[in-house]
Design a protein around this ligand. Structure first.
Ligand code: BG6
Length: 481
């Protein structure tokens, strides 16, 4: 494809990869760790793919040195991982668990000794069960001081060594799945509560960002947002309006609050009409406005396409639509909100076996929209391809993943050439890991791990072809994609 003359990646570009505690660590009850809501949710029959859980996961807790060694051999410049709140505070608050603090301290030291920048996610969904039991977790404002206390403990312990912090991972996803469609803990369907929970998360996010800045720590902090750019199926003005509704309700509704401290006008008006807008208490508006993230973390997987959805007789399955968690192409359902929008198939893009669209141009669009609307640097904190991988004679020839990532690296380069300040790219994921709802068969890693739904794998690590491809990309600073 012809394209304009492209700029080079910045010299200090953070080439890396990512993970999350629950999905890799295992050791779910070792060294003083408390239980999280996920440790319990996975035990409810029917909640996860074939009952898979993260009790062992890929055993990173015991094998982190081997994992870091492979990162170093790959030449990785940055590694994004999350901290399990329950390792630091087994009960969410109160007594600190020194063994938990030490685990991440050792990991950080090991990364730095190998020239790898640690990017720490403070919250990647594994809320302490004690806080859920005590006051409903995110359902109460009590979560705000507890979250700040936990984050402050991390800032004090690691702020001398960690320069990049992600406050909340995909607030839009964990609130949606937890309180709108009941597929994540606590498994509820309650539209009003969903918006209130989300409001508490906004306040907690703002309070933690302010705490970080008040402490004068050298470094940057921002949330990671799962942004799915919304398209219209065609130029029919009603379809364009549908796409704008989707962008307003599913993207601006979060990112505007992060950056401007205000909910977008049309979305808030819509929620007020329905009587499900979040309740503000004195001080909320000021708190939201006072916090300024240093970057926008972007988790980009796919784009979505919209058509008009009439208020009478339109598609309405927002709180229970069928997601594809089987890996059988074509088993997901379109969703919609009458009077706003409905999703439709985009004939111009391919999809994965889990029905996620493959759209690298969408990444360029995402980066440009964020840069123009929010005027912040962007750290791409997740992007990758979940697929079946086959081990053949000790190798994984994942040329489909190389093709996917290559096109996305090019899209980043194009966005940088368009003027977007992109500071790094941590793909999802570094090793294979547990997918929350899809078990171990939907693989994302550069490094294959012998683990499957029997959860009795040897846990052997095997670099895939994509590992060596990324090694070259990093060595050439993105010139050899
Ligand atoms: C993001 C999450 O939503 O997407 C990750 O931050 C997750 O934790 C990733 O694993 C891929 O999603 P899935 O459902 O394919 O595992």
């Amino acid at each position: 494809m012809e394209h304009k003359k492209l700029a080079a990646f910045p010299r200090d570009f953070l080439w890396g990869s990512a993970s999350a505690a629950y999905q890799i660590e295992g050791a779910y009850d070792e060294d003083g760790k408390g239980l999280s809501v996920w440790d319990n949710f996975v035990r409810i029959p029917g909640k996860t793919f074939k009952g898979t859980n993260g009790d062992i996961a890929v055993d990173h807790y015991h094998r982190y040195q081997e994992d870091v060694k492979l990162m170093a051999e790959m030449g990785m410049k940055a590694y994004r991982f999350s901290i399990a709140w329950t390792r630091i505070f087994p009960n969410g608050t109160g007594e600190v668990n020194e063994a938990g603090l030490k685990f991440y301290s050792d990991l950080i030291d090991d990364l730095l000794a190998n020239g790898i920048e640690p990017l720490v996610t403070i919250y990647h969904w594994d809320l302490p069960q004690t806080l859920q039991d005590a006051y409903g977790g995110w359902e109460s404002r009590q979560i705000i001081p507890d979250f700040v206390n936990y984050a402050e403990t991390l800032f004090k312990a690691y702020g001398d060594r960690v320069k990049y912090w992600v406050s909340l991972n995909e607030q839009n996803i964990f609130t949606h799945m937890g309180w709108q469609i009941a597929t994540h803990p606590p498994g509820k369907r309650d539209p009003k509560l969903f918006y209130q929970v989300n409001h508490h998360a906004n306040l907690a996010n703002a309070a933690v960002i302010n705490k970080f800045h008040e402490m004068g720590i050298e470094g940057k902090i921002g949330p990671s947002f799962a942004y799915t750019p919304q398209y219209a199926i065609d130029a029919n003005p009603l379809n364009v309006l549908a796409a704008e509704n989707a962008e307003e309700m599913m993207a601006h509704f979060w990112m505007d609050v992060y950056v401007y401290g205000e909910y977008p006008i049309v979305a808030l008006n819509y929620l007020k009409e329905l009587g499900i807008a979040p309740t503000f208490e004195p001080g909320d508006a000021e708190l939201l406005k006072s916090a300024k993230p240093d970057f926008m973390g972007l988790n980009f997987y796919q784009t979505a396409t919209n058509a008009w959805n009439p208020i009478d007789g339109g598609v309405e399955n927002k709180d229970s639509y069928q997601m594809n968690t089987t890996g059988k192409k074509g088993t997901s359902q379109d969703s919609g909100i009458p009077g706003l929008q409905k999703t439709v198939k985009n004939p111009f893009v391919e999809t994965t076996n889990w029905d996620w669209t493959i759209d690298p141009v969408g990444l360029r669009i995402a980066l440009r929209r964020i840069a123009s609307r929010y005027r912040l640097p962007v750290l791409i904190t997740e992007n990758g391809l979940g697929e079946y991988d086959e081990l053949e004679d000790g190798h994984v020839h994942d040329d489909y993943r190389i093709d996917f990532l290559k096109k996305h690296v090019l899209a980043i380069k194009e966005a940088i050439s368009d003027g977007v300040d992109v500071i790094g790219y941590t793909t999802w994921s570094y090793t294979d890991l547990l997918s929350w709802l899809n078990g171990y068969q939907k693989r994302y890693g550069f490094v294959y791990v012998d683990q499957d739904e029997t959860m009795t794998g040897s846990l052997k690590r095997i670099p895939k072809d994509s590992y060596y491809w990324y090694q070259d990309v990093i060595a050439s600073n993105g010139e050899d994609e």
